[in-house]
Design a protein around this ligand. Structure first.
Ligand SMILES: [Fe+2]
Ligand SMILES: [Fe+2]
Length: 179
């Protein structure tokens, strides 16, 4: 519990002080198509930075798994939170929502359910379901079923990891949980 709380504060700290640099932008361009990049660039800078760091961590982890497709791993890292484009968060609204989800899960789930039909709480709904929303956005771009399936299931708070889930999903969740 305490380690997760420390992690959340670290995440906020990195969000405040990190910058999405020109080098980060080139990294994203190298792996995403023009249409994917257009979606990606709708994310706020702190989510783009998060996605680049997660993708780079996945590439580092890939050294242990030479059989895996490195390009696929990088693309999963970059696209995993693409569903957050509909949340339109600032760093403060994101921190507020993440803390409610972490400290008061029943309240978060109640507000998320309410947000399905109530515009005032829509952001809670979108946050809870950002994996499925992102998968749907990518489906419309004609993304592969592998990418769609992994992105829809990437949030362990929405859906626990199953024994049959692919290694790429485990690597994504590990990288995602440490930044
Ligand atoms: Fe996520
Ligand atoms: Fe993430």
């Amino acid at each position: 519990m305490l380690d997760r709380l420390i992690y959340r504060f670290q995440q906020f700290y990195f969000g405040v002080f990190s910058r999405y640099t020109a080098t980060d932008a080139v990294f994203a361009q190298n792996y995403l198509s023009r249409k994917e990049l257009a979606l990606f660039n709708q994310l706020p800078y702190f989510e783009k930075k998060h996605a680049v760091v997660v993708a780079q961590k996945m590439l580092s982890a890939a050294h242990q798994y030479p059989e895996l497709n490195k390009r696929l791993l990088a693309r999963l890292g970059l696209l995993h939170d693409i569903g957050k484009i509909v949340e339109k968060n600032s760093l403060l609204t994101k921190a507020f929502m993440v803390m409610i989800r972490f400290l008061l899960p029943p309240l978060f789930n109640y507000l998320a359910d309410l947000g399905k039909n109530h515009p005032f709480f829509r952001r809670f709904y979108s946050h809870k379901h950002h994996g499925a929303i992102g998968a749907h956005l990518l489906e419309k771009l004609g993304e592969s079923s592998v990418v769609i399936s992994i992105i829809s299931k990437h949030d362990p708070q929405a859906e626990p990891l199953g024994a049959d889930d692919p290694l790429e999903l485990k690597i994504l969740q590990k990288a995602d949980s440490t930044y």
